[in-house]
Design a protein around this ligand. Structure first.
Ligand SMILES: [Zn+2]
Ligand SMILES: [Zn+2]
Length: 235
């Protein structure tokens, strides 16, 4: 009922181009924008979820074989590109905060398509307080909230803290990203995560350096296992 009232007051618009959505459009995108959103299909890395070009079975990628991640698996339903990249940029950098709801729904609805294990705790990847102040909101929280609702598992936005302000990952590459975030996360109250099966939520996964650093901190604090779900990942 409330959603119907909201839709009447604010007719739903495309998350990428802002055109008004028609009844048959695959929300949150209009039909045209939806064509540029690619789902990640098998085969992909069983560990970090990176999609492979060649056909064949899923297996660990070369990077995960060389440096096995601390998380059990990371999955993303979509490739970071096209209209989804545009929507995430609008959401994160152009303050289109209202997109949190529709992008969160998109992520929550994709859960069934993944091979993630049942989780009993959902955690958003946190921003450093200084970045939070600059940006005004924590982009992973609305996404984690939608997933938590879908799973019926609690979401704790402050169980994991970013204790070191790090340069934005987007300006760094490869090894620098790893060094940038190593030791940047902490768990202030370890009993909150002890023995928990955690699903860590973020908007985009690129090298996985942030997810690895978060996961290491959570496991050190006593979590039983950590999996990662992001809306998109680089292909
Ligand atoms: Zn559109
Ligand atoms: Zn991998």
């Amino acid at each position: 009922m409330w959603n119907a009232v909201l839709d009447l007051l604010f007719p739903p618009s495309c998350a990428a181009c802002s055109d008004r959505l028609q009844d048959r459009d695959p929300a949150p995108f209009c039909a045209t924008c939806a064509q540029s959103v690619d789902s990640i299909q098998v085969p992909y890395c069983t560990s970090c979820g990176e999609p492979f070009d060649a056909e064949g079975p899923c297996h660990p990628c070369a990077r995960c074989l060389r440096h096995p991640p601390s998380f059990a698996r990371a999955r993303a339903p979509f490739v970071y590109g096209g209209a989804l990249l545009e929507a995430i940029h609008r959401y994160k950098y152009r303050r289109a905060w209202d997109l949190g709801r529709s992008l969160g729904e998109l992520l929550a609805c994709s859960l069934d398509r993944t091979d993630l294990q049942p989780a009993n705790l959902v955690l958003p990847v946190p921003l450093h307080p200084r970045r939070l102040q600059e940006r005004g909101f924590d982009q992973a929280v609305p996404l984690a909230r939608a997933v938590s609702r879908r799973l019926g598992a609690p979401m704790l936005p402050r169980a994991l803290r970013r204790i070191r302000h790090t340069p934005a990952q987007t300006r760094l590459s490869g090894r620098a990203r790893w060094e940038n975030v190593a030791g940047a996360f902490a768990v202030p109250r370890p009993p909150q995560v002890a023995s928990a099966r955690i699903l860590l939520i973020d908007d985009v996964l690129t090298t996985g350096a942030t997810a690895r650093a978060c996961s290491r901190a959570l496991l050190a604090a006593g979590a039983s296992h950590v999996e990662v779900l992001t809306l998109a990942r680089t292909a």
